[in-house]
Ligand binder design. Structure first.
Ligand code: 4NP
Length: 184
């Protein structure tokens, strides 16, 4: 994709816009990150992924959103501890919490959950086997953290918990972005 975009960049402005839009439309992927409350892990994953996609110049190619399996925080901004930790790394988290719904399986290509409990809940919601195949665990994209099989819930933890979650999300989102933008 980078080589193609470099070629497109060498074209006139009008041709450039036309070709870029066509390429992004053809390749567009939509990703939904899911955790329990949608106020710590998944909105942070959304913020990290948005930031990385923008930096790589592929924002238009990837639609990114997040949701929770639990409805208790619907409408809330991310937890203030997560917003603070994320902002120190340059991520602004402005998502408003929402609960995942069955229609999300139609709208998204990948539904990426943070832990096994999220996986079970989301799997039960899948309308068919084909749609259930869109569910991934975030740990599938780790290149570090061999001792972890999930992204731990930081809600009842101290500040270290939030830093660990952000370290994991940066690792996983970087690998996910590389996977989505590499040439087939
Ligand atoms: P998250 O963290 O799933 O990463 O958003 C949590 C937020 C809230 C609760 C649990 C986990 N809660 O029980 O309210």
């Amino acid at each position: 994709i980078y080589e193609v975009l470099c070629f497109v960049d060498s074209l006139s402005q009008k041709q450039k816009t036309f070709h870029k839009n066509a390429i992004f439309a053809a390749m567009k992927k939509s990703i939904l990150f899911v955790c329990l409350g949608n106020i710590c892990r998944s909105p942070a994953a959304e913020g990290v992924m948005r930031h990385m996609a923008a930096k790589a110049g592929v924002s238009e190619m990837i639609e990114i959103d997040s949701a929770g399996t639990y409805s208790g925080h619907v409408g809330d901004l991310p937890d203030v501890r997560m917003r603070r930790a994320a902002s120190q790394r340059g991520y602004e988290l402005l998502h408003r919490a929402r609960q995942i719904r069955e229609e999300d399986f139609e709208r998204f290509d990948m539904i990426i959950v943070m832990d096994d409990m999220n996986y079970e809940t989301v799997h039960r919601l899948a309308p068919s086997r084909d749609e259930a195949a869109k569910i991934y665990r975030m740990r599938e994209f780790f290149s570090r953290f061999p001792e972890w099989s999930y992204v731990p819930d930081p809600y009842y933890e101290g500040a270290d918990g939030f830093e660990l979650v952000l370290d994991m999300l940066e690792d996983a989102c970087g690998n996910l972005l590389a996977k989505l933008t590499k040439r087939e």
